[in-house]
Design a protein around this ligand. Structure first.
Ligand code: CAA
Length: 542
């Protein structure tokens, strides 16, 4: 048992199977299969932790059980700690307690992974003796993106499994890898097609048949690389993300794995994680995580996007083969969406069976209205006509067609391939199913979508214009008298915040957090301060 938490609290929490537990146990011969069922993403919430620990302890004490499998129902294996519990006193057993207990199991434990096995979920699986993954699984430690580090053994166990350089890369970037790569690196023991739980049970049976002695990876020392690996990683972070704390702490924590035994490394890792959890940067990044999800709560649509009315998109037309059109086309191809790409002067006849046509001709209002009329004439009923303009009023484009309910704006920022922000611009006539379809479509492209209301310019364009004008006036004034860097920054912030307030007043943006999503993913405002509206609010609160 870990010495991180009061032992008495853990013993009380684990003494009995909690009522209404999201964890159930089934037996396959002499193998106990625990199944976590805690929608939507099987977060490692208090009930899951308590239920899993109780199920594990009972199977460990049960002479009719020789091995165990941990699996999850629904769309994913445990996708990490429950972010809603952050910033509040955590109820025992903590993730580290459950993970430590399983790591010390005298009976083999196999994790059956699927979906997005992230954070605490991946850490739990690393404490199991074996991992079997469905082929579409992605595994990762994204904690750095929340301004923390994997605090339940990830920084200590991953280097033991896959070596320091690969572990550093995964932990410092927070980017997940797919099942095949995880297998190549040694992070999973088997990749399977079909039912992963059955495969994990078979795997456990084979382990028992072989009589393999328990594999306790914690006993293995980390093959220690030359300290330059850590120094170079830290120098890269300082250069690429100046002032950002969590990636540097991640590097320190991985270094513990090389410098001390597992138990000490786990204690140090946890202490560092708790310090980060209290930091302003982590609070800001967690706010942004919630803001991105809040943007999916859309006026007039049910709160669960899975129940939204949507139109089918099997084939997409893109008109305009300039920078915007080609980058939109590339983003669609990358996401596996079948497309037809036309130049601005090509005949649009080829788009007759498209479900969605995206205009990217970068024209005047008259020119774009003329194109919309042509599209309206040939496109099938129900096909959506969408413009990437960030300046023209979408209402005026809707005026040009017989299907104003199927018209919306879809400005991408930066290039469509690289930038994460996409705005779904609705008019008062846009069908809510069109808004829903475009929001989900943007998510399918891996974007962070927000909804805005058609008016005088899109959210990100207006914020960008305000920031450019603040920069310009700071430069002009700088010629007359010297103004400090701080003063320039505070003027820049003030300009964006004031524009944000106007966007809210005009009803173009629904909430301040949408403006923060737009500023971070569209303008490159630093994520670790949470966005301009959040940052201004925290400055006000002192
Ligand atoms: N805790 C609580 N709720 C979570 C959650 C989490 N870890 N992850 C997702 N959710 C919630 C979302 O808020 C959302 O809720 P609403 O519907 O009420 O808005 C719902 O689950 C669905 O999430 P998404 O819309 O993001 O669904 P998706 O299918 O697009 O993505 C996902 C799923 C890849 C798991 C994504 O949600 C994600 O990246 N989640 C965060 C994963 C993460 O960061 N895990 C590490 C946590 S930190 C950790 O584990 C700590 C530690 O060691 C100390």
């Amino acid at each position: 048992m870990s010495d991180r938490y009061p032992e008495q609290a853990l013993t009380q929490a684990s003494a009995q199977t909690p009522a209404n537990t999201p964890v159930t146990t089934r037996k396959h011969g002499r193998i106990a299969v625990f199944q976590v069922d805690h929608p939507p993403v099987n977060a490692f919430s208090h009930g899951v932790r308590a239920g899993l620990l109780a199920a594990f302890q009972s199977a460990l004490a049960d002479d009719s059980v020789d091995a165990m499998v941990i699996a999850c129902a629904g769309r994913t294996f445990i996708a990490g700690a429950d972010i809603r519990e952050f910033g509040q006193p955590m109820l025992p057993p903590l993730a580290g307690d459950v993970i430590d207990a399983i790591a010390k199991s005298t009976k083999p434990v196999v994790a059956a992974l699927h979906g997005t096995t992230l954070g605490g979920g991946f850490e739990l699986s690393m404490a199991c003796q074996f991992r079997v993954a469905a082929s579409a699984t992605r595994v990762g430690l994204p904690e750095v993106k929340l301004g923390i580090l994997p605090g339940s053994g990830g920084t200590q166990r991953l280097p033991r499994l896959i070596g320091v350089p690969a572990a550093l890369r995964m932990i410092v970037t927070g980017e997940p890898i797919d099942a095949n790569r995880a297998f190549e690196l040694g992070a999973v023991d088997a990749v399977v097609e079909g039912n992963v739980i059955e495969a994990a049970v078979r795997f456990a049976e084979q382990v028992l048949a072989r009589g393999t002695p328990p594999r306790l990876q914690g006993d293995a020392p980390v093959a220690c690389t030359d300290p330059e690996v850590f120094e170079k990683a830290a120098a890269d972070v300082r250069r690429e993300q100046p002032g950002v704390e969590a990636p540097l702490a991640c590097i320190r924590a991985v270094r513990f794995a090389c410098e001390m035994p597992l138990a000490d490394g786990l204690r140090e890792e946890y202490a560092l994680c708790m310090t980060l959890m209290d930091s302003a940067q982590s609070r800001a990044l967690r706010y942004l995580f919630a803001a991105e999800r809040q943007a999916m709560k859309v006026d007039g649509l049910p709160s669960d996007p899975a129940t939204w009315p949507v139109r089918r998109i099997d084939r997409v037309g893109v008109v305009g083969a300039g920078t915007t059109g080609t980058s939109v086309a590339a983003a669609l191809i990358q996401a596996g969406v079948p497309i037809v790409l036309l130049g601005r002067d090509d005949s649009v006849a080829a788009l007759h069976d498209c479900d969605l046509v995206i205009e990217a001709i970068d024209e005047t209002l008259d020119g774009t209205q003329a194109l919309f009329r042509r599209l309206d004439g040939i496109c099938k009923p129900g096909a959506m006509l969408v413009s990437t303009t960030s300046t023209l009023n979408i209402d005026r484009l809707a005026d040009a067609v017989t299907r104003p309910d199927s018209v919306a704006g879809l400005p991408f920022f930066a290039t469509a391939q690289e930038g994460r922000l996409v705005e779904v611009v609705r008019t008062s006539r846009t069908d809510k199913a069109v808004v829903a379809t475009l929001m989900q479509f943007a998510k399918r492209l891996g974007k962070a979508p927000i909804v805005s209301v058609a008016g005088n310019g899109s959210i990100a364009t207006r914020l960008r214009a305000a920031s450019l004008s603040a920069e310009h006036s700071a430069r002009t004034r700088g010629n007359d008298h010297t103004i400090s860097n701080d003063e320039t920054q505070s003027r820049y912030l003030l300009a964006i915040v004031n524009e944000g307030a106007r966007l809210l007043d005009e009803g173009i943006a629904a909430r301040p957090s949408d403006i923060d999503v737009a500023a971070v993913y569209g303008l490159g405002f630093p994520a670790h301060v949470g966005g301009p509206m959040y940052h201004a609010e925290t400055l006000k609160q002192g």
